[in-house]
Design a protein around this ligand. Sequence first.
Ligand SMILES: [Zn+2]
Length: 247
Amino acid sequence: MPVKEENASSQTLSRAIEDYLKAIYTLAGDQKAASTSAIAKRLKVSSAAVTAMLKRMSEAGLVRYQRRRGVMLTKVGTALALETIRRHRLLESFFTDHLAMDWHQAHVEAETLEHFISRELEKLIDTKLGHPSSDPHGHPIPSAKGVVSEEPLKPLTELPAGTSAMVRRVSDEDSEHMRWWKKIGLVPGSPIRVREVGPFEGPLLLEIKGKPHHVGRKAVEGIWVAPDERQKKLVSPRKAAHKAGKR
Ligand SMILES: [Zn+2]
C-alpha cells in the first residue's frame, strides 16, 4: 500500500539523517566543520552520496554546508545529534547493566534501536539506570537538555614512562579491540601505570591493576585516561549515578 511505503521510506530517511548528524558531531563537535571525505569514510558510503545528503540536510536547516569548507551542524542539527547520541548511550548502558550483553553486542543493538525508541521509553531507561552521566565505555551521556559534560582526558599512548593514570574512556569502534581490552582489564575505572616506553615510539610496558602487560601502541589506541592527580577523588560518575538512583 502506498501509505505504508511512504512511512517506511521516511523512516529510512530519518534514520539516515540521524546517522549523518551523529557522524558529524563525532568528527567535529558543534563548533568545527567536518569534511565530506571524513563523513564518507565513517559512514562507509561514497562522497557523492554524502554530498547529495548534505544538500538535503542543509535545506532542512540541520547543517550549513559549503563545498570547500565542509559541513557544520546548526543549533537544530546539534540538538538532534545529541538526542540520538543520548539514546544510543542510554541503550548501551541498559543492555550491559540489565541484560548482561557484552560491549560489542550492546553497541550493535543500540545502533539500530537509537532511531526508534520513544521519549517515554528513553525516560524510563534513564530513571532505571539512575540518570548516568557516562556509558559503559566512559563516553559522556548528553543530558535530556543536550548538555554534555566533557572531562579533559589524554590518550594513553601519550603518557611518559613512570606515570600513573586511571582509564576513563575506551573507543567503541572496534569489537576485537574492545574484547581484548576487557580481557586484560583496560576498562573505565582501571588504574594503570606506564612502566616503560620503548624507544622511537616503541611498545609500552603497562601495569594494569597491578599486573604487567607488554602492549604495542596500535593495540591501545582509543584508550583515554585521566592523569594521576585526579585519582584520589575518582569515583566513576557512572557508579555514583547508579548509587544515587538506587537510594
Ligand atoms: Zn556504542
